[in-house]
Design a protein around this ligand. Structure first.
Ligand code: UDX
Length: 448
């Protein structure tokens, strides 16, 4: 089998590399010459655990290559995956210009039957537009070449993308012909060893599945954040409640961790997009609108606790921040709650010293020198008035609080991910604030 993957961003690169890993001949294509030249040298545009080694291995075995030349790369392919960006346009909806430009280029250059697969997260109805764009290009050339379109949403989690691709919970493919189904079955067969299903459906249902999955997960998180805030007011502990409800198999124990709001490139964008699609078609997504509202509020919860603790006097105070990326094991800063917290602290005249194991370079693009960056987590604590745990990187899970207490000016911890034990920290002389855990009596009602 031979495929082309157009777009060497996060999704395209992981997809192309993982297909090559099982022996499929893959060319990854991008219009960005520098990116392609770097990839040929093994320099990746993103950080994802295990990806660099896999790229190198498969490039050496000559089943993974990189090119800027779409015209020649798609010849002889069974399928071409479109995995280019769909940035929010001026009105917030996904801008399809890159997707449709690729579709046009494919239509312009293809010489043989091809399944054209949309892999980027695109609104319901996009595959139809891709089909039209290809048909127009073929007609303009006077060419009569058969092709199919398919929709194959990705469910990759940043930081675990390779595992997710190689051992998927399910693979969803929307098709409109048996021939396309046959090609997609052959491509995905090597990934079905764990017995999980390859689910075929019609194209609009596949496009909708992606949004419904992300919207459901975002809903679980916002629901738990709401419950956490109420727990705090009522003197309950959300960690207990979470375990209590998570053991019910109908609810499940995953994705019910309260925190400082969801971020990243998918949930915020996809929730917005689904609300918009519904609105444009005369329907209101009432639950999702609240999911979004709760998430916006949640990004301020940690700041509100800080402000309440210091009676609103944050000017001149120094805060150590552990973790900047929107979640661990990624350098992705898109929609990271850390940015909201830092902005609010700086507005109040506070100083921030942050450390993140991989996201500091990325963070500098938006934060520049408005904050200081530590060489490790302990350095940020020197003379700090409080520690803010923002991203639950594994290396922050069990720090030496005895060392920390000697470095800090004041022993206060604001734990945005509930990774520390309140009792343990209290015993070490720290004041501890979590999300939805019991607060000092004086703070009740004042912080959520
Ligand atoms: C998500 C989906 O999981 C994935 O299937 C889809 O393809 C893309 O979007 P990703 O954005 O990489 O993946 O991150 P994920 O691990 O799902 O976390 C998203 C956000 O939710 C993070 O900000 C995380 O901190 C937050 N989260 C997650 C919680 O606050 N609580 C939880 O219990 C789980």
């Amino acid at each position: 089998m031979r495929i082309a993957v157009v777009g060497t961003g996060y999704v395209g690169l992981v997809t192309g590399t993982c297909f090559s890993e099982v022996g499929i001949d893959v060319t990854c294509i991008d219009i960005d010459t520098t990116k392609i030249e770097n990839l040929k040298k093994g320099i990746l545009p993103i950080y994802e655990p295990g990806l660099e080694e896999m790229v190198l291995r498969n490039t050496q075995k000559e089943r993974l290559s990189f090119s800027t030349d779409l015209a020649s790369s798609i010849q002889g392919c069974d399928a071409a995956f479109i995995a280019v960006g769909t940035p929010p346009g001026e009105d917030g909806s996904a801008d399809l210009k890159y997707v449709l430009a690729v579709a046009r280029a494919i239509g312009h250059h293809m010489n043989d039957y091809l399944v054209v697969v949309t892999k980027s997260t695109v609104p319901v109805g996009t595959a139809q537009k891709v089909r039209q764009a290809i048909e127009e290009e073929l007609a303009a050339r006077g060419a009569d070449i058969p092709f199919d379109v398919a929709s194959n949403p990705e469910f990759l989690k940043e930081g675990a993308a390779i595992e997710d691709f190689l051992k998927p919970d399910r693979i969803v493919v929307g098709v409109a012909s048996e021939k396309a189904e046959d090609v997609m079955t052959k491509l995905y067969k090597p990934f079905l060893m764990n017995g999980h299903p390859l689910i075929f459906m019609d194209i609009p249902s596949a496009e909708m599945t992606k949004y419904a999955a992300n919207a459901m997960l975002a809903t679980k998180i916002s629901f738990m954040n709401d419950i956490a805030n109420l727990c705090e007011i009522m003197g309950a502990d959300v960690n207990m409640v979470r375990r209590g409800i998570g053991s019910d198999a109908r609810i499940g124990n995953k994705f019910i961790y309260p925190g400082i709001g969801y971020g990243g490139s998918c949930f915020p964008k996809d929730v917005k997009a689904l609300i918009r699609t519904a609105g444009e078609n005369g329907y209101e997504m009432r639950v999702l609108k609240s999911v979004e509202e709760v998430n916006e509020h949640q990004k301020s919860v940690l700041f509100n606790k800080i402000s309440a603790h210091f009676n609103g006097n944050l000017a001149g105070k120094t805060f150590a921040i552990w973790g900047l990326s929107f979640k661990p094991k990624t350098d992705d800063m898109r929609e990271a709650p850390s940015l909201v917290i830092i902005k609010k602290l700086l507005e109040q005249g506070a100083q921030v010293k942050a450390y993140d194991p991989v996201a500091m370079e990325e963070a500098k693009h938006s934060l520049g020198d408005t904050i200081q960056y530590g060489k490790d987590e302990y350095e940020t604590l020197i003379d700090a008035d409080a520690l803010l745990l923002v991203t639950e990187w594994p290396e922050f899970r069990s720090p030496n609080f005895t060392v920390a207490s000697k470095l800090m000016k004041d022993k206060v911890v604001f734990d945005g991910r509930n990774i520390y034990d309140a009792k343990d920290l209290n015993e070490k002389g720290f004041t501890y604030y979590g999300i939805g855990v019991k607060q000092p009596v004086s703070e009740l009602n004042a912080t959520v």
